[in-house]
Ligand binder design. Structure first.
Ligand SMILES: Nc1nc2c(ncn2[C@@H]2O[C@H](COP(=O)(O)OP(=O)(O)O)[C@@H](O)[C@H]2O)c(=O)[nH]1
Ligand SMILES: [Mg+2]
Length: 476
């Protein structure tokens, strides 16, 4: 199925540098909170490009629609310390009979594509009419970006923030077991591994509860507690590391703090976490990204209610701090970045009728407004759109009480029969808290479509061609 073109050989180190300097290489980072659709998005994007020669499925991606594509293929990735993105596995599942959604992933991964194309540039055309762009796509959890603010917070400041969050529902109830155990301890007592382990276990369980669909909370720190990574490198495989054995404090101990106390040890671990996990991620990976797409499952937050919406909005704006590297940005001070384009995308747009797409885009813009208004993205192009990586529904019409209304038709995730349903409206403005009544929003999940000619063209999608044009269009 892969389109291995003749005469391709993996670039060597020297060529790697030449490619970068000649702008023939671009590192495209894909992030989003878990279940936002990263794996499906990358799989479909790769599939669209591998099948770029075959069809008319990318009308808004000019390099393809103007017939300049000469072929694309998967190449060995340049960064061998990053686990591979398993396109082969994911596409097998999506194109199986019956098709299924790809398996969950928890860490960072990478895939390299070589795209061969006819250049438009009259000068380059004379020397080398056919060129190759290497696109390295990196998938990493958005949860890791929620850790950036920790770099500016002392252990005490961070603890205070978490304590405040736990004063309101649903965190108040969900954190009860951890809080009760915490309050039974004297933090100035000598450190005890067993106690530390239990404290962090109860705190981690609390974070996992917050993530459950009925609560749908995303502002969960430290990010690696719930998303340690399943990669192979040292920093990725943290699941059993003492770096993850601490938790915030609910109260600062009184009197002189002993150096061997539980409190002192947790503070040390918090600082180590910042140094060896958070900073390392930015230094090892983040600094090399050229372009970024942030995926957001906006529709799911509607289902989970007002608290979940607020939490998602705050998480997103916290995530955006990672892209704030203007003159005053922390990132610039610490690492220095080069991302020049960021796309924010509301995923799973096939869950709504096509007429609702502008509302969905507008809504996402509103969620991000706080960061955008602060002129966060100095010198960075940004855009917002609604997409579906794999379109599982068809637009249809039905008659309701004598009126013709638009709806969608697809196979809901827990059934085998297609149904036509009206999924509800995406509001243009954020509804007031009392308007998020139970049942107002019910965007259901669908099974991936069974396709007769699945290997004969790109997977059905919504607006992936616009995504490609925004993120890569200027590189051809
Ligand atoms: N209908 C629809 N569902 C999608 C789409 N993309 C993802 N999903 C659903 O979202 C789930 C999570 O997607 P995944 O890519 O694994 O999320 P990740 O955790 O961000 O990598 C999938 O199992 C699907 O149920 C899409 O384009 N359309
Ligand atoms: Mg994934």
């Amino acid at each position: 199925m892969n389109k291995w073109l003749p005469n391709f050989s993996p670039p060597k180190n020297f060529e790697e540098r030449v490619n970068r300097s000649l702008d023939r290489q671009v590192k495209l980072a894909v992030t989003g909170l878990s279940r936002s659709g990263k794996t499906v998005f990358i799989t479909s994007l790769v599939h669209q490009l591998l099948h770029g020669l075959e069809g008319v499925h990318l009308p808004f991606f000019q390099m393809v629609s103007s017939s300049r594509l000469r072929g694309a293929k998967i190449m060995p990735q340049p960064d061998i310390h990053i686990p591979s993105f398993r396109y082969d596995r994911a596409i097998e599942q999506l194109c199986g009979d019956p098709p299924t959604w790809p398996q969950r992933t928890n860490g960072i991964s990478e895939i390299r594509l070589a795209i061969r194309y006819l250049t438009n540039n009259p000068v380059i055309k004379r020397v080398s009419p056919i060129n190759t762009l290497y696109v390295d796509i990196v998938d990493y959890p958005g949860e890791w970006l929620l850790d950036l603010p920790l770099l500016e917070l002392t252990y005490e400041q961070w603890s205070e923030q978490i304590t405040r969050l736990c004063e309101t529902e649903p965190r108040l109830s969900l954190s009860q077991e951890w809080r009760t155990y915490f309050n039974s301890l004297d933090l100035n007592n000598e450190v005890n591994e067993k106690v530390l382990r239990k404290l962090s276990k109860l705190y981690t369980e609390f974070l996992y509860h917050c993530k459950e669909p009925q609560y749908g909370l995303n502002l969960l720190q430290p990010g690696r507690f719930i998303m340690p990574g399943d990669g192979l490198s040292n920093t990725d495989n943290l699941r059993t590391s003492p770096l993850l054995e601490f938790c915030p404090m609910l109260a600062i101990p009184k009197g002189t703090i002993k150096d061997n106390s539980l409190y002192a040890e947790m503070k040390r671990r918090y600082d180590s976490y910042k140094e060896h996990v958070v900073k390392k991620f930015y230094q090892e990976y983040f600094v090399s990204f050229d372009r970024q797409i942030v995926l957001v499952d906006v529709l799911n937050t509607f289902n989970s209610g007002y608290n979940s919406f607020i939490d998602m909005r705050d998480s997103l704006n916290m995530i955006l701090k990672s892209f704030n590297y203007g003159k005053t940005g922390l990132i610039n001070k610490l690492f220095g970045l080069k991302i020049d384009k960021i796309l924010f995308a509301a995923t799973k747009a096939d869950h709504i009728t096509p007429s609702q797409l502008p509302n969905l885009e507008h809504f996402l813009q509103q969620m991000l407004a706080a960061s955008n208004n602060n002129a966060t993205f100095e010198g960075v192009y940004t855009d917002t759109l609604a997409l579906s990586a794999v379109k599982c529904t068809q637009a249809a019409y039905t008659n309701f009480q004598g009126q013709r209304i638009s709806c969608i038709k697809g196979v809901p995730i827990n059934t085998d029969k297609p149904v036509a349903l009206f999924p509800g409206e995406v509001p243009l403005e954020v509804p007031m808290p009392e308007e998020w009544v139970d049942g107002r929003f019910n965007f259901i999940e669908f099974k991936p479509p069974r396709l007769a000619n699945v290997h004969g063209g790109g997977l059905p999608h919504i607006r992936l061609d616009r995504v490609l044009e925004f993120l890569l269009g200027d590189k051809f």
